[in-house]
Design a binder for this molecule. Structure first.
Ligand code: URA
Length: 246
């Protein structure tokens, strides 16, 4: 939302988590909503969230501009805001003030790990831009024999089954059938497809970091917490960096 922009009172109240559109309408009819001290019976009125004083049941409704959460996504939950079959990641963030959070990028249904949820569209756009080359680190458990020249091939960029070439990626073997893969892009099922080219099948995948943002080891699958100001500052700096060719 732009500074000092105006918006409908009902939209504002819904976004701030006061209730659904019909609930806030009902509250307003009963005189429970006030704008600058006066009862607002018509929720279609325009307000300026930064300038007007809105109260619900006598309590000021604070304008929460943007929210940022780190989630350890569990398997079985979809990286989306709605799904007809599975629970979605935004349902897991119970403390969110705003109703317009969305996941920054996607992890597969069976992938676990770091997922950023926010309503800051600009930051999300910058972090996801294929031209930013934000490093993502994944823990990979696989079946099959990882070839001796696998790390070199990843470093050089490999051709996926659809003919596209991946940007240089870094592989670090971490024991038997387990490694850490750092990629700079986010193609559909990218890690699984890269491993597939080498003849390996991913059996477990977890994202550990995205740029400077590292998954908090204290978060169990399904747990989340707001980003600290340091984490947010570092991410914003990253997003503000120069775009690169390709
Ligand atoms: N690569 C994949 O194959 N799946 C994910 O969820 C993320 C990266």
């Amino acid at each position: 939302m732009m500074k000092h922009s105006s918006m409908r009172l009902d939209k504002f109240l819904v976004e701030m988590g006061i209730g659904s559109r019909s609930q806030v309408k009902e509250m307003a009819k009963k005189g429970r909503i006030r704008v600058n001290g006066a009862a607002a019976s018509d929720t279609s009125m325009k307000i300026s969230p930064q300038q007007d004083m809105v109260e619900a049941d006598g309590r000021p409704v604070a304008y929460a501009a943007v929210e940022y959460y780190m989630l350890n996504k569990p398997a079985g939950v979809v990286s989306a805001t709605e799904d007809s079959r599975y629970p979605v990641v935004t349902d897991l963030i119970e403390t969110a003030v705003r109703r317009d959070l969305f996941p920054v990028g996607r992890l597969d249904l069976d992938t676990e790990g770091l997922l950023l949820l926010t309503n800051d569209g600009d930051l999300a756009h910058r972090l996801l831009s294929p031209r930013r080359h934000v490093d993502k680190v994944y823990e990979v458990v696989y079946e099959g024999i990882f070839p001796k020249d696998g790390a070199r091939r990843f470093e050089e960029g490999i051709i996926l089954e659809d003919g596209t070439r991946t940007l240089p990626a870094h592989w670090k073997q971490e024991g038997d059938r387990r490694g850490l893969l750092t990629i700079q892009e986010g193609k559909f099922h990218q890690v699984k497809r890269m491993m597939e080219v080498l003849g390996c099948r991913v059996t477990y995948l977890k994202r550990l970091s995205m740029g400077s943002l590292k998954l908090d080891a204290a978060l169990k699958p399904g747990d989340y917490r707001p980003l600290t100001s340091e984490e947010l500052e570092a991410l914003k700096k990253e997003g503000a960096g120069k775009e690169q060719e390709t």
